[in-house]
Design a protein around this ligand. Structure first.
Ligand SMILES: [Cu+2]
Length: 144
């Protein structure tokens, strides 16, 4: 009889433990929901090669709130996913421009452009965002 009582007590303890872990799971779920604030957008960024890709993506990822950034060397275009409660598109444009690269809205910093490795000195007239029709806007009047 004692054994039965003991095993009931063990089962009860197990139920309590499993309930606790259930409530932990709920917290995790809530955190995942928070991440759904992320917006995914793409825009044109000029650049040449794999090294440009690294620099551009690093610049975009350095913005607090950016979850991921992938630059397409062929399309001259970046896909960014970011939390729109933490940052906005303009901050991402600015961060990339500060690293020396032209974006659709913010032109790359001249000094940073000059200090890019030779292979990365992209053509400042280059058409960016090559799959979309946004090419009607002309951003090619660079200072030099
Ligand atoms: Cu490059």
């Amino acid at each position: 009889m004692k054994k039965v009582i003991l095993s009931i007590a063990v089962i009860a303890a197990l139920i309590v433990v499993s309930c606790k872990s259930d409530s932990k799971k709920e917290t995790v779920k809530t955190n995942v929901k928070m991440d759904i604030n992320s917006t995914t957008l793409s825009f044109g960024v000029r650049g040449n090669c794999a090294m440009c890709k690294k620099t551009i993506e690093k610049a975009a990822n350095s913005v607090d709130g950016v979850n991921s950034a992938t630059w397409d060397v062929d399309k001259k275009k970046i896909n960014v996913s970011f939390n729109d409660h933490k940052t906005n598109l303009l901050s991402i444009y600015k961060a990339i421009a500060a690293s020396g690269y032209d974006t659709e809205k913010v032109i790359g910093n001249e000094n940073a452009y000059k200090s890019l490795p030779g292979c990365c000195k992209y053509d400042q007239e280059m058409i960016m965002n090559q799959t979309s029709e946004i090419n009607t806007e002309n951003h090619s009047n660079h200072a030099n």
